[in-house]
Design a binder for this molecule. Structure first.
Ligand SMILES: [Zn+2]
Length: 168
């Protein structure tokens, strides 16, 4: 367990890109979506502290299948956010899973079906690329995300490395 590390906050960056964000992709959950599944994704921060995102799957006969993400936000708050999952049939009787974006933007629930969720720099909750207005570095522009609040407190280089690892 590390201290709150005050004074070592990640600098607020007004240009958010996919590369700056923490990404959770459906491939990260391959083989993990079944009743009572739970686990943790862990990474090491720039100062050596470990950070992690836990999850557990809720799968019942009545009601949607969800994966609930839980993590410590900005060293101050325990965040717990259920993400509804959707499945679509594939060839050979398989099924493909998707996240449902949980964000509410401008009073409207996003509910987009996406294969990847992002925690943008400064954001408290995971959401889709559209909600956060994330762009790729080649066409940088940022909007929307300021409203989601303060910083996660994770070094951007670490986030980038993690994002690459998780998407790879
Ligand atoms: Zn969204």
């Amino acid at each position: 367990m590390g201290g709150p590390g005050s004074g070592n906050r990640y600098r607020f960056n007004t240009k958010s890109t996919v590369e700056d964000s923490l990404a959770l992709g459906m491939p990260d959950f391959r083989g993990r979506i079944h009743p009572h599944s739970s686990g943790t994704f862990t990474w090491t921060r720039w100062n050596g502290n470990k950070s992690s995102i836990g999850y557990f799957v809720t799968w019942t006969d009545c009601g949607p299948t969800t994966v609930t993400l839980h993590y410590r936000w900005d060293d101050t708050e325990d965040v717990r956010i259920p993400i509804r999952l959707q499945s679509t049939p594939t060839n050979f009787n398989g099924e493909r899973w998707w996240f449902t974006c949980p964000l509410i933007v401008g009073g409207v629930a996003c509910n987009r079906r996406v294969g990847k969720l992002y925690l943008a720099p400064g954001a408290r909750y995971f959401g889709c690329r559209k909600c956060y207005g994330l762009t790729y570095r080649s066409c940088q522009e940022a909007h929307q995300y300021e409203r989601f609040g303060r910083l996660l407190g994770v070094d951007s280089g670490v986030v980038r490395r993690l994002a690459r690892r998780m998407s790879g």
